[in-house]
Design a protein around this ligand. Structure first.
Ligand code: ADP
Length: 654
C-alpha cells in the first residue's frame, strides 16, 4: 500500500490564508476607526455644549446685573427721576392714582383726571331754542355771555354750542372762530379736553365745507397732538379720535408704535399691580410682555404705598441691556436670543431651531425672558471637526494600506518559499526516478548475463548494448546535473571558437539518432549548404541542441516526426519542431525556469527534472543569444535558439 503523502500548505492556500488574515485585520481596523470617529463626534458635541452652557450662564449673569442696577434706581427716591428717558417710563401707581414719568410720555392712561364739565342744565334754554324751535340767532344770543364765563367748563360748553348754532345759522367762519377760542380753553366737554374737542369739531366743519387742504392740515396737527400725548386721555377716547383723524387723512389707523405699547404697559401696571390690593408687601417683580407685537419689559417694586414700575421699550432694552452683553468679546462667537418663549424672540438674533441650542428658561434665571444660545458660526466648529476627521481617516487609510502591503509581501515571500520547496521536492523525486530507470535495466541485463551462460552470442550482445545505453543515459544525467550545478555557480567556463552552426546541428542530430533510444522517430534535419558561422563553445551548444531534441522526442506523444532546421540569417537560428503535446500558453515563459515543469508534462505523467530548458537558456544567454518557443497545445512546439552570427571560417567555406 502506498503511504499517503502528508498534506502540504500549497502556495494557493497560503495566499487565501494571508488574504483572510489581512481581511480580518483591515475589518478590525476599520471598525475601530469608525468607533473612534463616532466617539470623537460625541466628544465634539459635548465640548460645544459645554461652551454654550458657559456662554448662557455668562449672559444670564450679565443681564441679571444690568436689571439689578435699574431696579436699584426704583428704590432710591431720586433714582426715579434719573432713569426716566427715551423709550423708558417710570410709573408710580397706588389706589389713589397714577403718575407717569416723564410727563406726556404716553398717548393714553388707565385713569384720567376728573372732568371739568359745565353743569348739564346750564345750557337747557339755549338747547331748547336750537333743537325745538330752530331759533339759532336766539340760541347764539343766549350763549355769547356764557362763552365769556371765567369757569373753563362753562366757557368750553358755551363755545362748542355757540359754534354749532353759528354753523346752523349759515355763518361757518364765525363757527370756526368760536372753535378756535374753544381750542385755547382748559375745560372739558363730556370729560374730553376742550382742545381736542375743538380741533375735532373744526375738522368736521371743514369737511362739511369741502375745504380739503385746510382739513388735511388740521387733521395732521390733531394726529400729531394725539400721538405726542398732549392730552391726558383714556384708551377708548384716544383710539376713537385717532381712528377719526386717520379717516380724514385717508390712511389706516397707525400701527401701534413704541409709545402706544408703553401706554398699554402702563394700563397693565395699573390693572395688575396698582389697583389690586393684596400684593405681597415689599415685593419685586420682572415681566416681559408683548403689546401689539412690541415687547415691553416691566420691572417693579411694590410696597404698602403702591407700586413703582420701570417700563422699558425695545430701544432701551437693546441699548442698555442686550447690546452691552451680547457684544462682549467672550460672547461674540455665540448667537444669543432673548425671548418670551424659546421661539418668540424679542431681541438678539432669532434662534435657529435646527442647531443645537442651550436655553435658560425665565423660571430658572429669574430674568423676564428665556435666553437661548447657539454658536454664531457652527460651520467653524464643524470645519475643525471635519479636519480632524480627515486626518484620522487618512491615518487609518495609511495603517490599512500598510497592513495590506505587509500581508501581501509576507504572503508572497512565503508562497514563493513554498513554491521553491515544492519544486525542489518534485525535483528530488524526479531525479530519483530518472536514476532508477537506467539502474533497473542495468541490473536486469547484468542478472541475465550472470545467470544464463547459455545465451546465444547475439542476445548476449543485445544485453551488452542495452547495458551500454543505460550507462550512457546515467552518465549523461549525472553530467547534465553536474553541468547545471556548475553553470548555476558560474563555474562553467565557455571556450569560444568559430563554429559552423549547420555542421554542429547535423552532428548533434546524428549522435542523437544513434545514442538515444528514439527508434521509430523521423528526425528531418535541414541546414544551409554553405557554412553558418557562429562563435561558441561546441560542447555547451551541442548540449543545448541535444536537450531540445530530447524534449521533442519526450513530448511528441503519438507523433513520430521531428524537424530540425538551421537559418543562416543574423541572428543564426537553430529550430527544433515537433508535432507533439504542445505547451499551454500560461507555461510558455515559466518552463525556462529551473525545476519548472509544464502542466502538459505533469498531466501526461511524463517524468523529468525541469532543468533541461533552464540549461538551454543559460548556455544560449552566455553566448549573447536567446531561446524562444512557439507552440499550440495538441499541435506541437518549435523551440528556437538564436545566436549572434560569427566570423567566417575559411577552412569550411565551400
Ligand atoms: P523536463 O523535460 O525534465 O520536465 P525541461 O526543462 O526540459 O524539463 O522542460 C520543462 C518543461 O517544458 C517540460 O516539463 C514540458 O512541460 C515543457 N516542454 C519542453 N519541451 C517541450 C516540447 N518539445 N513539447 C512540449 N512541452 C515541452
Amino acid at each position: 500500500m502506498m503511504a499517503r503523502r502528508p498534506e502540504r500548505l500549497s502556495p494557493g492556500r497560503t495566499v487565501i490564508l494571508f488574504a483572510a488574515v489581512a481581511a480580518v485585520s483591515v475589518t478590525a481596523l476599520v471598525w475601530m476607526g469608525a468607533r473612534l470617529l463616532t466617539q470623537e463626534r460625541a466628544l465634539e458635541a459635548q465640548r460645544l455644549q459645554e461652551r454654550r452652557e458657559a456662554a448662557a450662564d455668562r449672559a444670564v449673569a450679565a443681564l441679571g446685573q444690568l436689571l439689578l442696577a435699574d431696579e436699584r434706581r426704583l428704590t432710591s427716591p431720586r433714582g426715579v427721576d434719573v432713569v426716566a428717558g427715551d423709550d423708558l417710563l417710570v410709573v408710580v401707581a397706588s389706589p389713589a392714582g397714577i403718575r407717569v414719568l416723564p410727563a406726556n410720555a404716553v398717548p393714553f392712561y388707565p385713569v384720567v383726571p376728573a372732568a371739568r364739565d359745565a353743569p348739564a342744565d346750564l345750557f337747557s334754554s339755549a338747547e331748547r331754542l336750537e333743537f325745538a324751535e330752530r331759533d339759532h340767532p336766539g340760541a347764539i344770543a343766549l350763549l355769547r355771555p356764557l362763552a365769556l364765563s371765567g369757569d373753563p367748563g362753562v366757557k368750553a360748553g358755551a363755545e362748542l354750542r355757540l359754534a354749532r348754532n353759528l354753523r346752523k345759522a349759515g355763518r361757518p367762519d364765525e363757527a370756526l372762530e368760536a372753535l378756535n377760542r374753544l381750542a385755547r380753553g382748559t375745560g372739558t366737554v363730556s370729560g374730553v379736553p376742550a382742545g381736542l374737542v375743538a380741533r375735532s369739531a373744526r375738522c368736521l366743519l371743514l369737511q362739511e365745507l369741502g375745504r380739503g387742504d385746510q382739513l388735511r392740515q388740521e387733521a395732521r396737527e390733531l394726529h400729531d397732538g394725539l400721538g405726542s400725548g398732549r392730552w391726558t386721555l383714556d384708551r377708548d377716547t384716544y383710539l376713537h379720535y385717532m381712528g377719526q383723524t386717520s379717516r380724514w387723512l385717508g390712511q389706516e389707523p397707525p400701527a401701534a408704535d413704541g409709545r402706544q405699547a408703553l401706554a398699554e404697559g402702563v394700563c397693565w401696571v395699573w390693572a395688575t399691580l396698582g389697583a389690586t390690593p393684596g400684593l405681597p408687601m415689599e415685593s419685586m417683580g420682572r415681566r416681559s410682555l408683548r403689546f401689539n407685537g412690541t415687547a415691553v419689559t416691566i420691572l417693579w417694586r411694590a410696597s404698602a404705598d403702591g407700586v413703582t414700575a420701570l417700563l422699558a421699550g425695545p430701544r432701551y432694552q437693546q441699548r442698555r441691556w442686550f447690546a452691552p452683553v451680547f457684544t462682549t468679546s467672550e460672547l461674540s462667537s455665540f448667537r444669543i436670543s432673548v425671548g418670551n418663549r424659546r421661539n418668540d424672540p424679542i431681541d438678539g438674533a432669532p434662534p435657529v431651531t435646527d442647531l443645537p441650542t442651550t436655553v435658560r428658561s425665565a423660571s430658572v434665571t429669574a430674568l423676564p425672558w428665556d435666553v437661548s444660545v447657539t454658536m454664531a458660526n457652527p460651520g467653524d466648529a464643524l470645519d475643525s471637526f471635519a479636519q480632524r476627521r480627515r486626518v484620522m481617516v487618512f491615518g487609518l487609510a495609511l495603517v490599512v494600506l500598510f497592513v495590506i502591503a505587509a500581508t501581501y509581501f509576507a504572503g508572497r515571500a512565503l508562497s514563493r518559499e513554498l513554491a521553491a520547496a515544492t519544486l525542489q521536492s518534485d525535483f528530488v523525486s524526479a531525479v530519483s526516478h530518472e536514476f532508477r530507470t537506467p539502474l533497473t535495466s542495468m541490473t536486469q541485463f547484468t542478472e541475465m548475463l550472470v545467470e544464463d551462460d547459455t545465451l546465444p552470442p547475439d542476445e548476449r550482445r543485445a544485453c551488452y548494448e542495452a547495458q551500454e545505453r543505460a550507462t550512457r543515459r546515467l552518465a549523461r544525467l549525472v553530467e547534465s546535473l553536474l553541468d547545471f550545478g556548475r553553470m548555476e555557480a558560474g563555474a562553467r567556463p565557455y571556450r569560444r571558437e568559430p563554429l559552423d552552426a549547420g555542421e554542429l546541428t547535423e552532428t548533434v542530430v546524428e549522435e542523437f539518432r544513434q545514442e538515444s533510444g528514439c527508434r521509430g522517430f523521423t528526425i528531418e534535419c535541414t541546414v544551409p549548404r554553405r557554412p553558418v558561422p557562429i562563435d561558441g563553445d561546441r560542447e555547451a551548444l551541442a548540449q543545448a541542441a541535444w536537450n531540445l531534441l530530447d524534449n521533442a522526442v519526450k513530448y511528441s506523444g503519438d507523433s513520430r516526426s521531428i524537424r530540425v532546421e538551421v537559418g543562416a540569417e543574423d541572428p543564426v537560428a537553430i529550430r527544433v519542431s515537433d508535432r507533439g503535446l504542445g505547451i499551454t500558453p500560461g507555461d510558455e515563459r515559466r518552463i525556462f525556469k529551473k525545476f519548472a515543469r509544464g502542466s502538459n508534462a505533469v498531466a501526461a505523467g511524463i517524468k523529468g527534472t525541469g532543468i533541461g530548458l533552464a540549461m538551454v537558456r543559460h548556455i544560449v544567454g552566455a553566448h549573447g543569444g536567446r531561446v524562444t518557443v512557439e507552440s499550440r497545445p495538441g499541435e506541437g512546439s518549435t523551440f528556437t535558439i538564436e545566436l549572434p552570427a560569427g566570423r567566417m571560417n575559411p577552412c569550411r567555406e565551400s
